[in-house]
Write a protein that binds this ligand. Structure first.
Ligand SMILES: Cc1ncc(COP(=O)(O)O)c(C=O)c1O
Length: 392
């Protein structure tokens, strides 16, 4: 198949639900991708946040290869050792609780919503935040609360209220006798890299404890080392009641997970919730490979060091390019708020071999692999510098 044939097959056979760029990738290694014409790209947004270890990490490949040759799948009415091992690892890395395995972020959040409603015994309302993003299933669309994602899919399930991010007064005012939980991204990823203030999070946690509300932290984008800690909540000195994970937990393969404190988790009696493929052996081996790589290669330390380096470089870039209004982020998760549309900058960077993302129209999003090198950062910033000069 040549390039034009591939584009035509997509046009004829695949639902047009994605904004696509005309690139066909065939190979990846670390922070490098190669397209069908063998052109190489530096990937500063691997896997839409699912590439914390970059592409094709050897520890992930090793586990997957071994498992595929033994047993590809076994459903959840049976046991298998690697699901047990991964659940134990997740609990060890987070807080005393129990795990439910799903296949995506939306599915993990959907399950967390069901669990909160079960806990509520009649209380069902969940408070979320303006500019949040929790997924595209109907309940997670309702939790997301943004009209642009909901339009055309009404009626949207009830039981969700949005309040202003980082505003404890709005949060308190929204609580009713029907409220059971709050769902929060500590850094709003799709919403433009908006970082939750520590004071706000601590106050929120206090209110949750006082009113017996569950604190659900959505770590789908911030989890697995992205902010320099294994989970972002660990930067805030709090422990959630429920945490959801997906994206880079699988090292490039699809997985979602809910971790809930034991007393909440045990409400999920047999038959109440299920997912055929959730936590299958191959994906569990991949995820265990992710944790092994993080430990053996000191990925969290690298994330902190290179994150600081990238922040410094971005500050210098901001000093020379007044179109950059603000730099926000933590670890290796950065947003550059621009005074102009970011689309053309992303396109020009792509032409020059650098892949970045733009969210919320004017926020450039950089989330390189956590094993990125300073040399790769220098290369990326050089390209961004030249593109910004041209676009300003
Ligand atoms: C914070 C957050 N939650 C949930 C989701 C949904 O995840 P998925 O696309 O795997 O369903 C995303 C996706 O970008 C996300 O960023």
């Amino acid at each position: 198949m040549n390039v034009d044939e591939i584009f035509q097959i997509y046009k004829d056979n695949i639902m047009p639900s994605y904004n696509k760029v005309p690139l066909i990738f065939v190979k990846g290694k670390g922070s490098r991708l190669w397209d069908i014409n063998s052109k190489s790209y530096l990937d500063f947004f691997p896997g839409w946040g699912a590439g914390n270890l970059g592409h094709c990490h050897p520890k992930v490949m090793q586990g997957v290869r071994d498992q595929v040759s033994k047993l590809i799948f076994i459903p959840n009415n049976y046991y298998h050792p690697f699901q047990a091992k991964l659940a134990k690892e997740l609990v060890y890395q987070s807080f005393p609780g129990k795990v439910f395995f799903a296949n995506s972020g939306a599915e993990a959040n959907e399950g967390a919503i069901k669990l909160a409603r079960k806990f509520g015994q009649g209380r069902y309302e969940i408070i979320t935040f303006e500019n949040a993003f929790h997924g595209r299933t109907l309940a997670t669309l309702a939790a997301t609360g943004q009209k642009k994602y909901q339009n055309g899919f009404e009626p949207i399930p009830e039981g969700f209220k949005q309040v202003k991010f980082n505003d404890i007064t709005s949060f308190k005012q929204a609580i009713s006798d029907k409220t059971v939980a709050v769902m929060l991204e500590l850094i709003q990823g799709e919403g433009g890299i908006n970082v939750a203030d520590k004071d706000f999070v601590l106050a929120l946690k206090k209110v949750c404890d006082e009113k017996k509300l569950l604190l659900i932290i959505d770590e789908v984008q911030t989890g697995i080392g992205r902010t320099g800690k294994m989970f972002c909540y660990q930067n805030y000195g709090i422990t959630p009641d429920i945490m959801t994970l997906a994206k880079s937990l699988g090292g490039g393969l699809p997985i979602g997970a809910i971790i809930a404190k034991k007393e909440i988790a045990d409400l999920m009696a047999p038959g109440m919730h299920a997912s055929t493929f959730g936590g299958g052996p191959v994906i569990c081996r991949a995820a265990l490979g992710v944790f092994r790589a993080i430990e053996k290669e000191q990925i969290l330390k690298n994330c902190k060091n290179t994150g600081e380096y990238l922040r410094e470089k971005l500050s210098l870039l901001k000093n020379t390019h007044p179109v950059i209004k603000e730099i926000r982020g933590m670890g290796l998760m950065f947003g550059l708020e621009l005074s102009i549309e970011g689309k053309q900058i992303v396109a020009k960077c792509m032409e020059r071999g650098l892949l970045i993302n733009c969210t919320h129209d004017k926020v450039l999003r950089l989330m390189p692999a956590l094993n990125i090198t300073k040399n790769e950062i220098d290369k990326a910033l050089k390209i961004m510098d030249s593109v910004l000069k041209e676009c300003a």
